[in-house]
Design a protein around this ligand. Structure first.
Ligand code: GRG
Length: 304
C-alpha cells in the first residue's frame, strides 16, 4: 500500500514498538502478581503475558503523547486495553465460541487450565481492567478525565461494543452476509477497542474535545483497516500455503472483504482507510504525530 512519507520525519518504528511493548509488558507483569488463589492468577498471566503485538496499548500511549501528555499518565489505561483484549481472546477461543486450541502460538487458556478457569480468568481480567484505570491512574489526571476514559472503555466492551460484534457474528454463522453486516461485525469486534485505546490515551493526555473527535476518526479508520488487512492476510497466507491463487477464505462460507469486494477491491479499500487516517493526523504537530502515522502504516503492511 503506497503511503506518502514525505511530511513525516524518519522514525525508527521497530525500535519504537519494541521499547513500548517492553514497557507495557513490565507494567502488565506487575499488575497481575501470582497470589492466592494461584490458579486463577496463573491463568490470567498465562494469556496476558503470552506475547501479543501490543498494538492497542501502544496506540493508547502514542495518542496520549500526541496531545502533549506524558506517556506515563496513560500506562494504566494502556494495560487496561490489553487486559480487555486478552480476555476477549480467551472467551473467543472457548468451546462454546470458536473452540480454538492455539492462540499466540500456545495452547489456548481453556486447553491449559480447563474451561471453568478460562471463563473466570476472562471475567477477572475484565474486572481488573476497570479497577486498574480507576486505582492506578496518577492523580495528575483529573478524576473527570479518568471517569470519561472508564466510560469510553465500558461502551467499547458492552452490548453496543465488542459483545455486539460477537453476537451478530454468531447469529450470522452459515448465512449470507452483506458488506454492511460484515462492517458492523468488524467495527464492533475489532475497531471499537482500537478506538477506545486511542481515545482513552487522548483523554488522559489532556486533549480538548476537537482533538478527541479527530483521534476518534483516525482510530475508526485504522480499526476497520486492521480487519481488512486481516482478511487479506488470511487469503494471501493460505494461497501461499496451498500454492494456489485462491485461499481458504475465498472458498469458505465465512464472509470477508476479499470475498465481498475481491482482493484488489479490498486492497484499494485498505489504502483509502490509511489515507483517511493520515488526514486526521495532519491537524497535529508532525513530530508528535509520527508514531501514529507509522502505526497506521504498520497496521496496513503487517504480515502477521
Ligand atoms: C466482554 C470484551 C468482551 C468480549 C466478549 C468474545 C467476545 C465478546 C468478543 C471477541 C472479540 C474478538 C476476539 C475480536 C477479534 C479481535 C482481533 C482482531 C484479534 C487479533 O488481534 P491482534 O492481531 O492479536 O492484535 P495479538 O495476539 O497480537 O494481540
Amino acid at each position: 500500500i503506497p503511503l506518502k512519507t514525505t511530511q513525516f520525519p524518519v522514525f525508527k518504528f521497530d525500535e519504537y514498538m519494541s521499547t513500548k511493548a517492553k514497557m507495557v509488558d513490565k507494567a502488565l507483569n506487575e499488575a497481575v502478581p501470582v497470589q492466592y488463589p494461584k490458579k486463577i492468577h496463573r491463568a490470567m498471566r498465562y494469556s496476558l503475558l503470552a506475547g501479543g503485538k501490543r498494538v492497542r496499548p501502544v496506540l493508547c500511549l502514542a495518542s496520549c503523547e500526541l496531545v502533549g501528555g506524558d506517556e506515563s499518565l496513560a500506562i494504566p489505561a494502556a494495560c487496561a486495553v490489553e487486559m480487555i483484549h486478552t480476555m476477549s481472546l480467551i472467551h473467543d477461543d472457548l468451546p462454546c465460541m470458536d473452540n480454538d486450541d492455539l492462540r499466540r502460538g500456545k495452547p489456548t487458556n481453556h486447553k491449559a487450565f480447563g474451561e471453568e478457569t478460562a471463563v473466570l480468568a476472562g471475567d477477572a481480567l475484565l474486572s481488573l481492567a476497570f479497577e486498574h484505570v480507576a486505582a492506578k491512574t496518577t492523580k495528575v489526571v483529573s478524576p473527570e478525565r479518568v471517569v470519561r476514559a472508564i466510560t469510553e472503555l465500558g461502551s467499547a466492551v458492552g452490548s453496543l461494543g465488542l459483545v455486539a460484534g460477537q453476537m451478530v457474528d454468531i447469529q450470522s454463522e452459515g448465512k449470507e452476509v452483506t458488506l454492511r453486516e460484515l462492517e458492523y461485525i468488524h467495527v464492533h469486534k475489532t475497531a471499537k477497542l482500537l478506538e477506545a485505546s486511542v481515545v482513552c490515551g487522548a483523554i488522559i493526555g489532556g486533549a480538548g474535545e476537537g482533538e478527541v473527535e479527530r483521534m476518534r476518526k483516525y482510530a475508526r479508520c485504522i480499526g476497520l483497516l486492521f480487519q481488512v488487512v486481516d482478511d487479506i492476510l488470511d487469503v494471501t497466507k493460505s494461497s501461499e500455503e496451498l500454492g494456489k491463487t485462491a485461499g481458504k477464505d475465498l472458498a469458505s462460507d465465512k464472509a470477508t472483504y476479499p470475498k465481498l469486494m475481491g482482493i484488489e477491491g479490498a486492497k484499494n479499500f485498505a489504502a483509502e482507510l490509511v489515507a483517511q487516517a493520515v488526514q486526521e493526523l495532519a491537524h497535529f504537530d508532525v513530530a508528535r504525530a509520527a508514531p501514529l502515522y507509522y502505526l497506521a502504516n504498520y497496521i496496513a503492511s503487517r504480515q502477521t
